[in-house]
Design a protein around this ligand. Structure first.
Ligand code: NAP
Length: 417
């Protein structure tokens, strides 16, 4: 007879599913805009059910992503309301959009994985029997598409997580559990941004500007763009971070602390103030040329800070080039000077995570050793809230933070004895 509940770091025999599990969850009444890390509490809950086309995975390690900073703040949406709309519990949110683990149970109609398979889970949640998806519509354009472990419950911050089987990808054999849990959400997102919007995809020799080069998205974007022949200039806030970007393949970097023209620019009718802003943007453009070693503008600008940086990004992109954006970390009021957009025929493209093919293509780059998962600090399960607070404060180190759930491997920082 198996136990009702296993301790963290203790893993039941493969295929044995206990009725209860630990989760580091967020309750709506604990949403905390200033200190999102405090919204997390470890509790015992029922192990999730598994439906048609779905799988239950014993989580070995869970990747930390910015999306659960937003979830724990309760802005811009209350994620439990989305969970409710798909029939999931609303009294709490078990987040976590990256997992490495072992398949413990499969639902009806599942053929791509079996109990015992070692997998990583990519966060593109959709019902494969959705008629629009069966008709060939990109899942990301359908209303049923959700980010698993953000807009859905039962993500990887619990001992067992529940996902659609199509989200399972083979775990790279050469990686530890925690390394494998680090990159998939940010990597899949970066892959779609850089390779998913033809004709504006990275081509050999293309200059590419990547904001936040040492962050989750940035570390993946530098490696993916470089792999496809791009010449990346990364933006960071220190020389040490810039050097880190160069190790990942960037040809140069810009320290954004040397500039002050950030945020919504003065209105174009206020010519003196606007000209001052424009001088800042031009100086940034010059810094890009210097870092690139050539007077050429970026064919792709990889955006996510949003409000603070969009005016500069739109100005910077090459004629016929693209600013591609997946977030507005600093705010949502992006001011676009339309003169630069239409006269130089630039593209301003929204992008959101990835489809199955893009996630699999990214995972293959990891399996083949072309992309390093850039694992950052490793946390114990009870410190998942601390990791999110560090991220909120932009005080986390380079790369992708991870929390151990079932795994007890490696000598990295914070791993229990
Ligand atoms: P991250 O690891 O915290 O990295 C973000 C980077 O942005 C930081 O390293 C920081 O680098 C830079 N940054 C912070 N403030 C900035 C500012 N005012 N101006 C310019 N750069 C600034 O986070 P991430 O994982 O890369 O995620 C970034 C955003 O994308 C989050 O909002 C996240 O929710 C979103 N996201 C969206 C999707 C999607 O599918 N839509 C997927 C993944 C992530 P420096 O301080 O060194 O410049």
């Amino acid at each position: 007879m198996g136990k009702d509940l296993y301790e963290i770091g203790e893993v039941p025999p493969v295929g044995e599913v206990p009725p209860k599990m630990y989760a580091n969850l967020v309750r709506p009444e604990n949403y905390n805009e200033a200190e999102p890390g405090k919204a997390f509490t470890v509790e015992v809950v029922e192990t999730p059910p598994v439906g048609r086309n779905q799988v239950l995975v014993s989580v070995m390690a869970a990747g930390i992503n910015y999306n659960n900073v937003w979830a724990a703040k309760g802005i811009p949406i209350d994620v439990t309301k989305v969970q409710g709309s798909i029939g999931q519990p609303t009294e709490w949110h078990i987040g976590g959009s990256d997992a490495s683990g072992v398949v413990y149970a499969i639902g009806e109609n599942v053929t791509n994985v079996k109990v015992g398979d070692e997998v990583v889970i990519q966060a593109g949640w959709f019902d494969p029997e959705d008629p629009q998806i069966q008709a060939g519509v990109d899942p990301g354009f359908t209303p049923g598409y959700k980010i698993w472990g953000y807009e859905t419950n039962w993500g990887s911050f619990g001992q067992f997580c529940m996902a659609y089987a199509h989200q399972c990808l083979p775990k790279a054999k050469n990686l530890t559990w925690e390394e494998a849990a680090a990159p998939t959400l940010v990597g899949g997102t970066a892959y779609r941004m850089l390779m998913g919007w033809p004709p504006n995809i990275v081509k050999d020799g293309d200059p590419v500007l990547v904001w936040g080069g040492t962050g989750g998205l940035g570390t993946m974007a530098i490696q993916i763009a470089t792999h496809f022949g791009g010449r990346v200039v990364a933006v960071v806030n220190s020389d040490a971070k810039g050097e880190h970007c160069k190790k990942l393949g960037a040809v140069g970097y810009i320290d954004r602390k040397n500039f002050s023209h950030w945020g919504v620019p003065p209105h174009w009718t206020k010519s003196e103030e606007w000209t001052e802003w424009f001088q800042g943007a031009k100086a940034f453009g010059k810094a890009f040329w210097e870092a690139l070693g050539e007077k050429a503008s970026p064919k792709i600008v990889f955006e996510h800070p949003g409000e603070d940086t969009i005016p500069t990004s739109i100005f910077m992109a090459e004629s016929g080039g693209m600013v591609v954006i997946c977030a507005g970390t600093t705010g949502y009021s992006a001011t676009v000077d339309l003169r630069y957009l239409w006269m130089r025929q630039k593209r301003f493209q929204g992008s959101h995570f990835a489809n199955d093919e893009q996630s699999a293509a990214f995972n293959q780059l990891v399996i083949d050793g072309h992309v390093d998962p850039c694992m950052g600090e490793v946390f114990t399960f009870d410190r998942i809230g601390d990791a999110h607070q560090l991220m909120n404060d932009n005080k986390h180190g380079e790369g992708n933070m991870v929390a151990l759930v079932g795994a007890k491997t490696t000598g990295t920082k914070d791993v229990p004895a």
